[in-house]
Design a protein around this ligand. Structure first.
Ligand SMILES: *Cc1c(COP(=O)(O)O)cnc(C)c1O
Length: 503
């Protein structure tokens, strides 16, 4: 093949490359995608446009699959646009069900850079500058959270992976220290069945899931009762620990939650740190939700004690307003990352370390990994920490005002009257004889299908409640009052239709 045939290869137009032609093709593809985002956003009248699951499934069913010959991007996008309009619109202020945020604009620009340059964060030769940028952001965050000189961290896919890593390191450190046993090499020790993790019953389900995946079993997780503010009860913690000691079991870790998923409650972190220290437990803090409070004037006080964590989970795709996925995991003692380090000859051989090369795969359970640090950096650097903090403070304030109004209203019941962060759990409950859970379920359902609001439901003490997780700082009290009017209307309708009876 002669060299000048390269210019005529049929694949040229599918790749980004130097030269005007390649760049023009790039601009056109990206502009076509931007047009779709604009078109869908422009028509975004509600957080959800109300189609039933059957309708959506049927429309998706008609979507053409890849064919033998090429199809123009604008044509495929034109087919897709009506389907994308059926998505949940996270940028709409009335989308407030889960910890699912509207992404900040600089982070969307960041996503473009991340994907176009497609760096892989496993080895230095796949991400030269990106490796050091991630390291710089990690170092800045470890100092922000006060984790100390020996700490270190890594970006992760989110809280699930971060919690898993925390418990993995805790497990392996304990086995090494207690039984001189190397889990990485030899698998679980024979005593593994006695190992126990403590956390509150409001802790995230991924504590249980991690325990199961780590070979300890869900039964290794001891659930501590919560107090009236849905925080881990220190009284019950003492009781649970005494029981474990009596049964000769081996508690090795305690998980404190800094922002529970349902209530946003914050466990007493300082007391838990002291407890962990006194009983030689690994202190893991799950701050997937509450981590962002570090930037807020009011919030920073609430998360005092986070600096004592042996390991820490932070999610940036929640209250840091980053597109999915973006999370981080930190350890107080960087040496503990050795439990997830594996040297592969082709990727991160030990001899590279002698040459001073940094391979981030040594600190991760992922191999190929996105350069998510960039979008977080772009967001915080452009927005400025002051505005970012104000945004968090404002969101907390709206949540508190909303909870107060609910509490003052005779027909509403609110479980967390003083929300620590931005989740409010409540229900419409006027006096009378009717099936309360049934009505709550109907309200939740109708709000969704009437395109009024996407909110969540959850169970508290055996009863069904509504839940809003306020993340979008553009939400107003007026909008929230209108939501309550809708809830009342649907509820009254339920009662008048004869929703009598009891749950
Ligand atoms: C969301 C959440 C998780 C799980 O994080 P993902 O990013 O969804 O994997 C863990 N813990 C808490 C407290 C959370 O809110």
């Amino acid at each position: 093949m002669s060299t000048n045939t390269t210019a005529t290869l049929p694949y040229e137009k599918w790749f980004l490359h130097e030269g005007q032609e390649g760049l023009r093709a790039y601009y056109e593809s990206v502009a076509a995608a931007v047009d779709v985002v604009s078109a869908v956003t422009e028509r975004m009248k509600a957080p959800y446009h109300g189609a039933s699951p059957e309708q959506v499934a049927e429309e998706v069913n008609r979507l053409s699959l890849p064919e033998a010959k090429e199809t123009a991007l604008h044509q495929v996008l034109a087919e897709l646009t009506p389907l994308l309009a059926h998505n949940i619109h996270v940028n709409h202020t009335h989308c407030m069900a889960h910890l699912h945020c509207p992404p900040l604009l600089p982070s969307l620009a960041g996503e473009m850079l991340i994907s176009a340059f497609n760096q892989s964060m496993d080895s230095w030769d796949q991400s030269a500058a990106a490796t050091y940028i991630e390291e710089k952001i990690i170092a800045w965050l470890t100092s922000l959270y006060g984790l100390g000189q020996t700490s270190d961290g890594t970006f992760t896919s989110g809280g699930t992976q971060s919690n898993y890593m925390g418990l993995l390191l805790a497990r392996d450190a304990y086995c090494e220290k207690t039984w001189n046993h190397n889990v990485q090499r030899d698998g679980l020790p024979k005593e593994a069945g006695t190992m126990r993790i403590l956390c509150s019953k409001a802790a995230h389900f991924t504590v249980l899931k991690s325990a199961s995946q780590l070979g300890l079993g869900e039964r290794s997780v001891v659930l501590v009762e919560t107090d009236e503010k849905q925080r881990l009860s220190l009284t019950d913690l003492q009781v649970k620990l005494a029981q474990l000691q009596k049964e000769n079991l081996s508690p090795f870790a305690i998980v404190g939650t800094c922002g529970t998923t349902d209530f946003g409650s914050i466990d007493p972190l300082e007391e838990l740190a002291a407890f962990a220290e006194a009983h030689d437990l690994w202190f893991h803090v799950d701050a997937a939700y509450g981590g962002a409070l570090a930037f807020s004037k009011e919030g920073a006080r609430k998360i005092q004690g986070i600096q004592f964590a042996d390991s820490l989970s932070i999610d940036f795709h929640k209250l840091f307003y980053q597109p999915i996925s973006c999370g981080a995991f930190f350890v107080k003692n960087a040496a503990h990352f050795r439990y997830v380090t594996f040297h592969a000859d082709y990727l991160n051989p030990e001899m590279d370390e002698e040459d001073g090369l940094v391979h981030l795969v040594n600190k991760s359970i992922q191999t190929t990994r996105r350069f998510d640090a960039l979008k977080l950096y772009l967001s915080l650097r452009t927005m400025g920490l002051e505005t970012f903090g104000e945004m968090i403070d404002d969101t907390l304030q709206v949540a508190r005002r909303f909870a107060t109004e609910l509490d003052l209203s005779p027909d509403f019941v609110v479980v967390n009257k003083e929300p620590e962060i931005s989740a409010v759990v409540f229900r419409y409950e006027p006096k009378g004889d009717y099936a309360r859970d049934e009505m709550t379920k109907e309200i939740h359902h109708q709000l969704f299908y009437e395109s009024k609001a996407v909110i969540a439901k959850t169970t508290y003490e055996g009863s069904l409640y509504l839940k809003v997780t306020l993340l979008n700082p553009r939400i107003t009290m007026e909008a929230l009052r209108a939501l309550l009017d809708d809830i009342e209307r649907i509820g009254q309708n339920f009662i008048q239709r004869g929703g009598n009876g009891r749950d």
